[in-house]
Design a protein. Structure first.
Lengths: 82, 334
């Protein structure tokens, strides 16, 4: 069964915390990875790879640049992990 | 019945007998790079681990650097140039299509009986050369092989490219490979993925200059995220397989010497490999930058010289780069 938006957000927050050491509660839908959370382009790759594994989705390199906010990433995962 | 042909007879095992490096004279700090690109020392260090890199002076050609490294490796190995049966040079910055750099270097070293040729395997070039040397010696085509990685990447660096200007460095590293009574070089695990040809390459091909000289000089370009993902995650199974084929476990290693591409890639690999904390890891990139084919032997030389890794210790080497191509093997350190 596909994960709900809340479950995806919680899972993503856990990943961002683990990879980048950012408090999970800071990871909110409207937050920008680079501007608000200080996740740089290489850390973003680590987040993406961990998310692929956790949610069973493929996030291609060319898609990564479109995921500027946490909400973008949650929507992409929700649309692709069905 | 056809006349029988004699089959060559080689040595049972091989080892690296000596390693040498050449670090060119110009020290280029991050501050100097930031005079051209809009960046900071902190930004560059956070994303690459590079504090400074070496760039060649005008007279430090790829030939000069290759010879400098090779002479040190020959002395360290206790082998004379005349004994060398083959010189293999990996480089992507010898800007002459033909003849090879290796033929020139062999002659200038005094390796007059040596076969000599260049290979193109980018940042995996030294590990490819090591595998070729091993097979030549085991196959009986040469007794001693000189493997050199040399680059003058500053020649192909676009100082205005915010994604690559700070990455590359110049230098040479060399190793003498010879016969051994015990195995000193494990089985190579190597391969290529040409579907990712575009991940690292030139901004345009040389032949485009024929019709459009206004293009100027080409430079290297790289898709940072794509390369980071491939290197940090796809190379880990390759490294694990090289260990397995050599019959070595990660906790038995005395050194991990990956291609010095980016400190972040090295750190991601360590994590994914679950490398025990007691295994020293090559971090030569901090002072040398990414020197492509030269990075593994340069890092090896530094670890041995600074006592970070023991002579006779067991090291895992892995090279990966443009192609995309890769090669990994376990070796005994000279």
């Amino acid at each position: 069964m596909a994960a709900t938006q809340e479950e995806i957000l919680a899972g993503l927050a856990e990943i961002v915390n683990e990879v980048a050491g950012i408090p999970a509660e800071d990871v909110q839908l409207d937050k920008s990875f680079t501007e608000d959370l200080d996740v740089d382009s290489l850390t973003m790759v680590e987040v993406v790879v961990a998310a692929e594994e956790k949610f069973g989705v493929k996030i291609p390199d060319e898609e990564v640049k479109n995921l500027s906010t946490v909400g973008d990433a949650v929507s992409f995962i929700a649309a692709n992990n069905a | 019945m056809p006349v029988p042909i004699q089959s060559p007879i080689g040595a049972a095992h091989t080892r690296i007998m000596g390693v040498g490096g050449y670090r060119p004279s110009r020290v280029i700090t991050n501050a100097e790079i930031c005079k051209v690109i809009d960046s900071t020392d902190e930004w560059i260090q956070t994303r690459t681990g590079i504090q400074e890199r070496r760039w060649s002076a005008a007279d430090e050609t790829v030939g000069v650097m290759a010879i400098g490294a090779a002479q040190k490796a020959l002395v360290a190995a206790g082998v004379e140039a005349e004994q060398i049966g083959c010189v293999v040079i990996s480089t992507v910055t010898h800007l002459t299509q033909t003849p090879s750099l290796a033929a020139d270097v062999a002659n200038q070293l005094g390796a007059h009986k040596a076969a000599a040729f260049d290979i193109s395997a980018a940042c995996a070039g030294f590990c490819h050369g090591l595998a070729l040397a091993q097979d030549m010696i085991r196959g009986g085509s040469a007794e001693y092989v000189l493997v050199i990685g040399v680059e003058r990447l500053s020649d192909l660096t676009d100082m205005n490219d915010r994604s690559t200007a700070f990455i590359f460095g110049d230098g040479a590293g060399a190793a003498v490979v010879g016969p051994s009574e015990t195995p000193g070089i494990g089985p190579v695990v190597w391969g290529s993925d040409g579907s990712q040809l575009d991940a690292i390459g030139q901004t345009f091909n040389w032949d485009e200059l024929r019709d459009k000289p206004e293009l100027g000089f080409p430079a290297l370009r790289m898709s940072g995220q794509q390369v980071f993902r491939w290197a940090s995650y796809q190379m880990v199974p390759v490294a694990k397989l090289a260990l397995e084929k050599a019959g070595i476990t990660a906790d038995q290693l005395d050194a991990f010497i990956p291609h010095q591409a980016n400190m972040r890639i090295t750190d991601a690999m360590i994590k994914a490999l679950k490398l025990p904390d007691h295994v020293p890891v090559a971090r030569d990139i901090a002072k040398t930058g990414n020197t492509s084919a030269a990075s593994v032997p340069l890092a090896m030389e530094r670890m041995l010289a600074e006592g970070e890794a023991p002579h006779g210790g067991v090291a895992l080497l892995i090279g990966f780069g443009a192609g995309l191509v890769y090669a990994a093997q376990v070796v005994t350190l000279p």
